[in-house]
Design a protein around this ligand. Structure first.
Ligand code: FAD
Ligand code: SF4
Length: 517
């Protein structure tokens, strides 16, 4: 057996040279360990581009480590690496490690696997906190224990003060904590002025290798490989950050919630995959946005709106994940049990909003927040899809999906399956919301105004059906009272007709269901 002091595990979403584990290692006694394993692409049915992203970014990072002369044990996918546990076992059979060290992984499942293998080999495991984030799960737990309701807003305000971000003499700059009134507008009739993106990173030889591997080993996975332009190195991610701040941040807030046909990117940053793989640090991204306000005079509403997403929502959902797992995975407050419609995997539907949102997801592994929340998420919620089925879809299909960030967004925010832990009420709306925020309805055969009849919009019909089904449970929720008062205006006949038509949408949704993953 070869002796080593510290076996440092670097997982595919921990590609940061500034990681405390790498910075503090002693190359004469310690080894870095990385493995490309098949299980990570098949435990949920992953999008081809997501697999390429991880393979390519890991291989680029491997080359950086080797260039620095750091000792590295790296297992490639084509070396028959099935799972983390098998790979780590093989290493621990060969290397007598005094201890194994890892930064807190991105999912409970992976942490459990590492813990169990270390236990089997009687090796001490040290799990270190990831200082890429502003907060640790411990900070969130303290926040949660001192609050009646764990709303994001108060967590965010605390962090603004603690890190002195957009603050002036202890108060928020501009006198307000948020600028929602100025933000979240729809586009005018002529649509968005096409913003500059510059995020197309043409695949280099390592990415092409990744594409070839995915074509060979995962040919039946969802998604296209023809348009892979995601950042796979820190340099590319930094270029994306600079471009975003320069060209799109000024309009970010105003059109944060707007959607437009055949415009997948709009004014969004497209930084989530780089942030989640740690090619970029959350702190440096927030700093770049804050500086843009001070130095470039970019509107405060845009800068605050963007910082809130990272300092607020991103930190908050991570806290929710680590505080409430593993029970959180099983949450199903609305007892939803329907299957996920087949078209979530193909994009083949006549409903234009879903066709657009799912179509671009299959093409790029990307949809922006409102498409995820108020189109694909809302439809699953209204249909009553089993939260675990929709969670698996999101975890597999999005380029930026790592469980700590995906699960609370899906189970809590979009499906209300945690019964209101995260969101104070279910995010339900009729098709009229989509009509207001996009131009999708203009080319849809359905009519968002209609809840009944051959051209009834499924969102509008299913919205009323949802309220009827959950009326009793929702009565206790103060924030649902207006919607329930409107429901009370419906006659018994109206209700029966809504339920009857809802059945047709549900049956259509459940046709040809295949089991994936
Ligand atoms: P921008 O719109 O430019 O936002 C800037 C950054 O803020 C993002 O890069 C992201 O890091 C952060 N952010 C914004 N909203 C959130 C949020 N709600 N939670 C956490 N971070 C946020 N985000 C993921 O990173 N991975 C996921 O798997 C994921 N799944 C989601 C599922 C659902 C149902 C919903 C409603 C949201 C999900 N989000 C997820 C949050 C958000 O949709 C994405 O972060 C965003 O669309 C990524 O695109 P962008 O980088 O262009 O973001
Ligand atoms: Fe979507 Fe309904 Fe609008 Fe069609 S009419 S695009 S289904 S909201």
């Amino acid at each position: 057996m070869k002796p080593t002091r510290n076996l440092i595990l670097v997982l595919g979403d921990q590609l940061d040279l500034e990681s405390p584990l790498i910075k503090n290692m002693d190359p004469s006694m310690d080894q870095i360990w990385m493995a490309e394993v098949e299980e990570e692409s098949v435990h949920v049915w992953s999008h081809k581009q997501k697999i390429v992203l991880f393979l390519s970014a890991m291989r680029h990072f491997r080359d950086v480590l080797l260039k620095r002369g750091l000792p590295l044990l790296y297992t490639e996918l084509n070396e028959g690496a099935d799972s983390f546990s098998l790979c780590l076992r093989d290493t621990l059979k060969e290397y007598q490690a005094e201890f194994v060290t890892v930064l807190r992984p991105g999912s409970w499942r992976v942490l459990e696997v590492i813990e169990s293998v270390c236990k089997e080999f009687s090796v001490t495991l040290k799990v270190c906190e990831d200082d890429h984030f502003f907060t640790s799960p411990k900070d969130f737990k303290i926040f949660a224990e001192t609050r009646k309701a764990i709303r994001m807003e108060y967590f965010y305000r605390g962090l603004r003060k603690q890190y002195d971000i957009l603050m002036e003499e202890g108060k928020p700059i501009g006198g307000l904590w948020n600028f929602d009134k100025e933000n979240r507008k729809a586009f005018s009739k002529k649509g968005p002025d096409s913003p500059y993106h510059g995020h197309r990173h043409e695949p280099d030889s390592i990415t092409k290798e990744g594409i070839a591997l995915v074509e060979k080993y995962f040919p039946n996975h969802p998604g296209s490989l023809y348009s892979f332009y995601w950042a796979v190195t820190r340099e590319q991610a930094l270029t994306d950050l600079t471009n975003f701040v320069e060209y799109r941040l000024p309009s970010f807030g105003t059109h944060q919630d707007a959607m437009w046909k055949d415009e997948p990117w709009l004014f969004h940053s497209l930084l989530s995959s780089s942030l989640n793989l740690k090619l970029l640090g959350a702190k440096e991204v927030v700093k770049a946005a804050e500086q843009a306000y001070y130095v470039k005079g970019i509107p405060l509403s845009a800068v605050e709106g963007f910082i809130r997403q990272i300092l607020g929502w991103r930190e908050y959902v991570r806290g929710v994940y680590w505080t409430y797992m593993p029970e959180y995975l099983e949450k199903n407050a609305l007892a939803a049990s329907a299957e996920l419609p087949e078209f979530y995997w193909t994009g083949e539907t006549e409903y234009e909003c879903l066709k657009q949102s799912i179509g671009q997801t299959l093409k790029y592994g990307y949809a922006h927040h409102i498409q995820r929340l108020m189109v694909t998420g809302l439809y699953a919620l209204l249909l009553g899809v089993d939260p675990k089925a929709i969670h698996k879809w999101y975890l597999g299909i999005y380029i930026d999906a790592v469980e700590w960030v995906e699960l609370p967004n899906v189970t809590g925010m979009s499906q209300f399956a945690d019964g209101g832990l995260m969101a104070s009420k279910p995010y339900v709306a009729t098709g009229k919301y989509i009509q207001r925020m996009s131009n999708y309805c203009e080319s849809c055969p359905k009519n968002p105004e209609k809840r009944l009849g051959p051209d009834a919009c499924p969102f509008t019909n299913l919205y009323w059906d949802f309220l009827i089904r959950h009326e009793d449970a929702l009565k206790k929720n103060q924030r649902m009272q207006l919607q329930l008062r409107n429901l009370n205006r419906l006659s018994e006949e109206d209700r029966l007709a809504i339920k009857k038509q809802a059945r047709t949408f549900k049956e259509a949704g459940n046709q040809k269901v295949k089991t994936y993953g």
